[in-house]
Design a protein around this ligand. Structure first.
Ligand code: ADP
Length: 544
């Protein structure tokens, strides 16, 4: 029997229509450094229509790719609305990639037009020679005539964003779209290899946008003012932009002002209630408040993920800032929300911590399983350790142009993350498959060692990698960044670790460094650490 229900496509166009009308008076606030600028959702909708008209005039038709090379700001939101809704495909380019890598990504996606922030024009000029498909560059954020480096944008037609919009009407004949058609693309940040493209559909984006609004997730609503510090080019700012339109929350966007003091000012000035970013961001904000004070009392929830969230960070936000940090896990491939670490009800605070310290419970619609050696499926018993595999309506089933088919297994995405899964659907990761330390045939969790080290009062950051060892094959090497003014020896840190981990897992090789190298999206770059270790860049201290 067929259902009697209407088959109305789930599209970004409908998110836009709903958000910019029903919540037309809500606002998107953009930080300018000196202050803020504001635009209502209704006005954003009208400007999205102007942008769509302008893009059509430049020849953007059918499913051509329109790239963005932008900070989180009101104009980026306009591109988020206009490009998919006109039937084209939004490609958010990572502004921190090296020129050749960014060019590879733009060429692989065949970007036709790219909207570039004026402050990033010199950087984009370095990418253009590697991106031969780009025909038009639209500069936003400052008048073209006053944009340094604009004359170096060679071989393309260059336009001023505001001039283009001013010449167009503020309505557009939005087409009827197939919900399964491509809406947006995002490339993995390449932490573990070449960047690969994920193509989101309208349907997957619509469903994913409801995720943050669920009570069991972030319970976003029109009561909220949402600050995505996570870039709009990094896995869709975790869905926070579209979700805010869908539920009528205001958006507060940092633009390029993401230094801890600027974020503290923005949060307190705009009374932000929900914020999201990687642990590095929240570590910086915590240090800022400790050093110089700041009012974060408006925050009811800080979503943190992208890499493992240290227990010490979760605890410090609660006890020192009175803000609840919640860990979430996901990947570009999963739109990205995969799981969120709210503990089940009825637990004491002590009983709740193991859940809060985990990567969280799988979102509804996202299924997970564990794969062991040779792909055998392991039990979800919280004990068996294997590679996490997921599937679901907002999980990609392949990469663009079928790159790397080996990442998919019988209709499941192999996440490359290793850990356990329990009966209640909670994931606990021990490592990325490529970062696992294998010592004498046994696995040592680099994440567990890092987490304990970062709970030491003198340690600001700690990263652990596996390094070659004649006897054991591989042993853990710990690189530690101390807090300003702190002094502690490797022996002392080793003894601190020994209180919680068995002796055979304790690192013998240590180094005190100024900063852990980070990837383009602020994660510990273990690849760069391994290269540096191999070159002998680290001054290694032995502790046994
Ligand atoms: P890339 O794969 O290029 O780093 P992504 O941002 O898509 O780009 O990274 C996804 C990966 O980030 C996950 O597979 C996982 O290894 C890591 N990750 C994300 N959230 C968490 C978390 N809460 N704890 C541990 N690792 C995480």
């Amino acid at each position: 029997m067929r259902s009697t229900m209407m088959d109305i496509p789930l599209t970004i166009t409908s998110i836009m229509r709903y958000g910019t009308s029903v919540y037309g008076d809500r606002e998107v606030v953009t930080c300018t450094g000196a202050g803020t600028r504001r635009r209502s959702y209704a006005e954003s909708g009208r400007r999205a229509a102007r942008l769509a008209n302008a893009l059509r005039r430049l020849g953007v038709d059918a499913d051509q790719r329109v790239g963005t090379f932008m900070w989180n700001n009101a104009e980026h939101l306009e591109a988020y609305l206009a490009v998919p809704s006109m039937g084209a495909v939004l490609h958010t380019l990572n502004i921190r990639l090296a020129p050749a890598e960014a060019g590879y990504v733009a060429a692989h996606a065949e970007d036709h037009t790219v909207i570039v922030d004026a402050s990033l024009v010199p950087r984009f000029a370095g990418i253009l020679p590697h991106a031969p498909t780009v025909r038009h560059v639209i500069v936003t954020g400052a008048p073209l005539a006053q944009t340094p480096g604009a004359s170096e944008l060679a071989g393309v037609q260059v336009h001023d964003y505001e001039d283009l919009l001013a010449a167009e009407p503020d309505s557009f004949g939005w087409p009827e779209l197939d919900e399964r058609s491509a809406a947006a693309m995002c490339y993995t940040s390449g932490t573990t290899g070449k960047s690969k493209g994920v193509v989101y559909s309208h349907r997957s984006t619509y469903l994913h946008s409801m995720g943050p609004c669920l009570g069991n997730a972030f319970a976003l609503s029109e009561q909220d003012r949402v600050l995505p510090v996570v870039p709009m080019f990094h896995a869709n700012a975790w869905g926070l932009a579209y979700a805010s339109l869908l539920c009528g929350a205001d958006l507060v966007l940092p633009d390029q002002h993401m230094q801890p003091d600027a974020l503290v000012r923005l949060i307190s000035g705009e009374r932000v209630t929900v914020a999201g970013g990687v642990p590095t961001i929240w570590t910086g904000v915590l240090a800022q408040v400790r050093a110089a004070g700041g009012d974060l009392s408006s925050l009811r929830l800080v979503v943190c993920g992208g890499s493992a969230v240290p227990h010490a960070l979760l605890a410090a936000y609660e006890s020192e800032l009175g803000a609840r940090l919640v860990q979430a896990w996901g990947m570009t491939e999963t739109s990205p929300l995969g799981s969120v670490a709210n503990p089940p009800p009825g637990l004491s605070e002590d009983q709740a911590w193991p859940y809060r310290d985990s990567q969280g419970r799988l979102f509804c619609t996202v299924e997970g399983r564990l794969a062991g050696d040779g792909g055998t499926v392991l039990p979800n018993d919280g004990q068996a350790v294997g590679e996490v595999e997921v599937r679901g309506p907002w999980v990609t089933g392949s990469y663009y142009r079928d790159d790397d088919p080996g990442k998919f297994h019988d209709g499941w995405l192999r996440t490359g993350d290793v850990g356990t899964l329990d009966e209640r659907g909670f994931i606990r990761l021990t490592d990325r498959a490529k970062d696992v330390v294998k010592s004498g045939g046994e696995w040592i969790s680099s994440m567990a060692l890092e987490n304990i080290l970062m709970s030491h009062p003198d340690v600001a950051e700690a990263a652990v990698i596996g390094v070659p060892d004649d006897r054991w094959g591989e042993r853990p090497f710990a690189a530690v960044v101390l807090r300003p003014g702190a002094e502690v020896s490797a022996d002392k840190l080793r003894a601190f670790l020994a209180e919680q981990v068995p002796p055979w897992q304790l690192p013998e090789r240590w180094s005190f460094i100024a900063e852990v190298p980070k990837t383009s999206v602020g994660k510990f770059s273990k690849r760069r650490m391994r290269e540096a270790y191999q070159r002998g860049d680290y001054e290694v201290v032995e502790a046994r």
